[in-house]
Design a protein around this ligand. Structure first.
Ligand code: MSP
Length: 506
């Protein structure tokens, strides 16, 4: 049995409504988890980051208590993930007792081990990014990440001895060159490390929306938040469960928060005598006019209306096909519509419709037997292993490109072998062979694309009439070309991806 696979997303600040950028990371995690679940124990964690000044300010502006505000917003995030067919195993909220208790335990532990000490923090703070900044890092006196005004704070705080972990971090980075991906982010983090590390203030005293520290103050929201990855799987509570999943196989983060996850996070874990995650992957941004899409820049796109207009699965496809995971890409409705119409409606949807229509016309909708070997089968049998390897290397775009070679080959088979002529000329065996290959190819596509477009591929599966489960282990369901049983009764239905102008009218 393979070791369990544990994938996480950042936990989202609930200072407002979610946007498509938040759905993006969670969809990526869902594709990984769905692929992994077919053959090994898998755990997919997401959730919400509810403490801190940013959320407290948002609640105050809405005239609510922070807890009330969070309780009202969490269902919107859950609804978003449901709308995008995301199946997480757990959704952690940092205000839950199961988390808060363990965060306090971590603090005690760090105090006992001597990793924290009392000191005075004086410096700049960006509330929007919940980040302390050295004066030298500010750009024109503003936050270097988001460009907003920073505030001066002066507090008696607890400090974490981050500087003491610098040598170990450098050594770890040097010996594990793939632990932070992509390489551009790894290199950037090395620059930070080489510049030197300051100790980190891990408490705040000027407001109280956070995990309380005995003796006063609350825990700095980033320490509180990072710990979700271990509190959710039972750190200090359920040793067996914790050891099953930790260290995480891959932690997905946006590139703006790579520093927290690749410098501060491993140091904290080491202070707790735990290991660092196996891989942290920092993905790129969805941009609008060259800028990161964000609620505060007021350029955010409502993910619910996108799912309504383009279809949640088409959006999932677009987000993973448009750019390699580590790159930024610009948001454009034309591009979404274009990919949906050409790749999903024409290449894939039409292929299913034409195949099932021909099968209906020539064979009463029943999958024929096939005599002899299949050139298509020979060519595509290695595909599942290739796709799986690309998915776990987080090369989703290349995984989809690989799958599309099969789509193209099946469309070409129709154009070249012209089943309607084979029918006219009574070449029954040849007609059976083409029709069988088309149906078998579609079955492979439904299985391979299921992690990407779970709802639409289940519908395709239903139309193909296949009795087994779509999410069976590929090493059995896609072991060899020819798994589709002859005599299967297909069930053609409405197009998988109706052309967009049709949708607009409904
Ligand atoms: N709460 C922190 C994370 C704590 S993790 C221990 C946080 N939250 S956030 O809500 O501001 O952003 C979370 C994540 O949303 C980002 O890391 C990123 O994955 C995703 N995105 C937000 N805007 C995005 C884009 N415009 N494009 C792509 N992803 C984006 O930071």
């Amino acid at each position: 049995m393979d070791r369990a696979y544990y994938v996480t997303t950042p936990i989202y600040y609930i200072s407002g409504n979610p946007h498509i950028g938040h759905a993006y990371t969670t969809i990526v995690a869902d594709v990984l988890a769905r692929t992994s679940r077919t053959f090994r124990p898998t755990f997919f964690l997401t959730g919400t980051d509810e403490h801190g000044q940013k959320v407290a300010n948002a609640a105050a502006a809405a005239g609510k208590s922070p807890q009330e505000w969070c309780d009202e917003l969490v269902p919107r995030w859950k609804a978003l993930f449901a709308a995008y067919h995301i199946e997480y195993d757990d959704f952690i909220r940092t205000t839950e007792t199961r988390h808060v208790e363990k965060v306090q335990r971590v603090f005690e532990h760090l105090r006992e081990s001597g990793d924290v000490y009392r000191g005075k923090y004086e410096g700049w703070y960006c509330v929007d990014d919940e980040t302390f900044w050295l004066e030298s890092k500010l750009v024109d006196g503003r936050c270097p990440t988001c460009g907003r005004a920073v505030q001066w704070i002066s507090e008696e705080d607890w400090f974490f001895r981050l500087s003491a972990y610098r040598d170990r971090l450098l050594e770890y980075f040097e010996h594990n060159r793939d632990w932070v991906q992509p390489r551009s982010v790894y290199n950037e983090m090395m620059v930070f490390l080489r510049e030197g590390l300051d100790d980190l203030s891990i408490s705040r005293t000027s407001f109280d929306w956070g995990v309380p520290i005995p003796g006063g103050g609350v825990i700095y929201v980033w320490l509180d938040a990072l710990l979700n990855y271990i509190t959710a799987i039972g750190w200090s509570e359920d040793e067996a469960r914790f050891r099953t999943y930790w260290p995480a196989s891959v932690q997905l983060v946006g590139k703006e928060i790579a520093r927290f996850h690749t410098i501060i996070w491993p140091a904290i874990l080491w202070a707790l005598s735990e290991t660092a995650p196996e891989v942290v992957f920092a993905h790129g941004w969805i941009t609008v006019d060259g800028q990161k899409m964000s609620k505060s820049l007021d350029n955010a796109v409502d993910p619910f209306s996108l799912a309504d207009r383009f279809g949640a699965d088409a959006m999932r496809y677009f987000l993973l096909r448009e750019a390699p995971l580590g790159s930024d890409f610009s948001y454009s409705e034309e591009k979404i519509a274009q990919r949906r119409n050409s790749e999903l409606a024409n290449d894939l949807g039409n292929l299913l419709q034409r195949t099932l229509a021909m099968l209906q016309r020539y064979r009463d909708g029943i999958v024929p037997g096939r005599k002899g070997s299949s050139a298509l089968g020979g060519r595509f049998e290695p595909l599942p292993a290739i796709v799986r390897a690309r998915i776990f290397a987080l090369r989703f775009r290349e995984a989809l490109e690989g799958i599309w070679e099969l789509v193209t080959a099946l469309n070409r088979a129709i154009d070249e072998r012209k089943p309607w002529e084979l029918h006219k000329q009574n070449r029954a065996d040849e007609l059976d062979a083409v029709l069988y290959d088309l149906c078998e190819g579609l079955r492979w596509l439904a299985i391979l694309l299921h992690p990407f477009m779970p709802e639409r591929m289940s519908e395709m599966w239903r139309q193909l009439g296949t009795p087994e489960r779509i999410d069976e282990d590929w090493s059995s369901s896609l072991r060899a070309w020819g798994g589709l049983a002859p005599l299967t009764q297909t069930a053609p239905a409405a197009p998988l991806f109706p052309k967009l102008d049709t949708i607009a009218q409904t």
